[in-house]
Design a binder for this molecule. Structure first.
Ligand code: ADP
Length: 479
């Protein structure tokens, strides 16, 4: 059994959960400990006890630990990628890429540990000096989703440790394997006991305990909107700091003047790769009249050639959906779109077995055309390989449709017009804007996050991560 890591020790949980391969549901990856409330509280206590010393650790100590962890992750990228693909279902190249990203994130924040910055300036009063510094926030509860089993934990854990915080990490129930492997690396990294703790288990038990414990100073959450709202309510109730990354209904505009192959590549990549299970996935393609029919025909042509199969098999373009419940949701939305009068231009079928006969949660990517802005398929996040197409008269209408959503994470445009690209970058109501690039697939050294219903609180990643994991102190000195 894979155990929880609390106060520097590996501990059995009161229960266990089985980690199942979505590419072959007969394949059990392992049994993982499930913490309860008491064990979560023990992890919080360990983190709380470790905080005073860790918050005063030297930049060199933090650099060495994070850099070594990053190096090991990068060296083991193929093996860890294999595990990730097996438990989550993204293809092996995607999984290896995600692991590498996690390694580089640790390297980036190793460097940031050496650059805490600060300001020194004269006071408005004579003989007085002012210093502005950042101090570690405290014990942070990290709650992560299943769709990026190592990158999202990395982009929360690495900055937390770099800025001197202690961590209680609760991974998503469906993907404990990558979380455990990352914890195992950190357990050998030289971190003092209690600085980093892994508590696998249920959201309603482990997660809820983190939200409500007064020793936890901040919660960094990525997941669904309803859970994000619970996180916010609990944190506001006790004045804890929180940051939320939630859903998206990301648009990609395709203008008449777009390079057709660029537009199709962007749409297929960000709509269907990683099985559409990315919060930055393009799920609404907003296409102007002059290119609409050619674009839809080219999309269907490309989609016919996409291989949906075992995530670890060479040549697979799209792995399975993560589990039965997500597959049910994806299928349900295809049905809702048809019932609302849209056309299923391609795909959408559940495929029960791959060519080798493995039972898995396979689904052909779905393209839905003839949709209107009010349809549920254009308003609600599906989180699967389901993409809708909206027709627009011109750029102005396309922009209006792109922004007509309660979300605001990523927004893309395919165009060869400098004028429209420039206007779009300024007027897209989203945290991230892409021109002639997929909306999904971002760098690891720059801020990540959105607006409106997609995100709340300071940005993650890059130097902006300091905003959440530190608190500012202004010190005055009379010489
Ligand atoms: P998804 O299943 O799409 O990833 P969720 O919001 O359900 O989205 O889950 C994201 C994370 O939040 C998971 O780690 C989950 O266990 C956790 N979680 C779910 N419910 C709660 C809750 N009530 N309190 C705290 N965390 C929760």
């Amino acid at each position: 059994m894979f155990k929880n890591f609390i106060g520097g020790e590996w501990l059995d949980g009161p229960k266990v959960s089985r980690n199942i391969n979505p590419s072959d549901t007969r394949d059990v990856i392992g049994e993982y400990a499930q913490a309860d409330v008491a064990q979560t509280q023990a992890a919080i206590a360990a983190a709380h006890a470790a905080f005073p010393a860790w918050s005063l650790s030297t930049p060199q100590q933090r650099f060495d630990i994070l850099d070594a962890a990053g190096t090991e992750i990068l060296i083991r990228r193929n093996e860890l990628g294999e595990l990730l693909a097996r438990e989550e279902g993204k293809t092996l190249p995607e999984a290896i890429g995600e692991v590498a990203r996690a390694g580089y994130i640790f390297k980036f924040f190793a460097g940031e540990a050496l650059r805490p910055g600060g300001e020194s300036l004269p006071s408005v009063r004579p003989g007085v000096g002012v210093e502005i510094t950042r101090e570690a926030l405290g014990v942070i509860g990290l709650i992560t989703p299943w769709n990026f089993p190592i990158a999202i934990p990395a982009w929360k854990i690495a900055p937390a440790l770099a800025y001197g915080c202690c961590v209680v990490f609760k991974p998503a129930e469906l993907v404990p394997g990558s979380a455990w492997a990352l914890a195992e690396i950190l357990s050998r990294s030289g971190l003092p006991g209690g600085v980093f703790n892994l508590v696998m288990g249920r959201g309603s038990e482990v997660g809820a305990t983190l939200l409500n414990d007064p020793r936890v100073s901040g919660i960094s959450f990525t997941g669904s909107v309803p859970t994000g709202q619970k996180v916010a309510a609990a944190c506001v109730g006790r004045m804890a700091k929180f940051q939320l990354e939630m859903g998206g209904k990301n648009p990609m505009i395709v203008l008449d003047d777009a390079e057709l192959s660029v537009a199709v590549n962007c749409a297929v990549n960000s709509g269907f790769f990683s099985t559409g299970q990315r919060c930055t996935a393009s799920s609404r393609l907003i296409v102007t009249e002059g290119i609409h029919d050619r674009f839809v025909a080219a999309m269907v042509g490309r989609m016919k050639a996409l291989k949906v199969d075992d995530a670890r098999k060479q040549g697979t373009d799209i792995g399975p959906v993560v589990d039965q419940s997500q597959l049910g949701q994806d299928q349900e939305y295809v049905g809702i779109a048809k019932a609302e009068g849209a056309t299923l231009a391609f795909g959408g079928e559940h495929v029960e077995r791959n060519p080798e006969g493995q039972p898995g949660f396979y689904m052909r990517p779905a393209l839905i055309t003839d949709t209107t802005p009010a349809m549920r398929i254009n308003r609600e996040e599906v989180f699967g390989p389901v993409v809708s197409v909206l027709r627009a008269k011109n750029y102005e209408e396309a922009l209006q449709l792109a922004n007509d959503t309660p979300f605001g994470l990523a927004s893309g445009i395919a165009t060869t017009s400098l004028k429209h690209a420039t206007h779009f970058k300024r007027h897209a109501q989203a945290g991230m804007v892409m021109v002639n690039l997929p909306t999904a697939g971002v760098d690891y050294h720059v801020p990540f996050g959105g607006r409106k219903g997609s995100s709340y609180g300071p940005r993650e990643q890059g130097r902006y991560a300091a905003e959440f994991f530190t608190t500012v102190k202004t010190a005055y000195t009379q010489a």
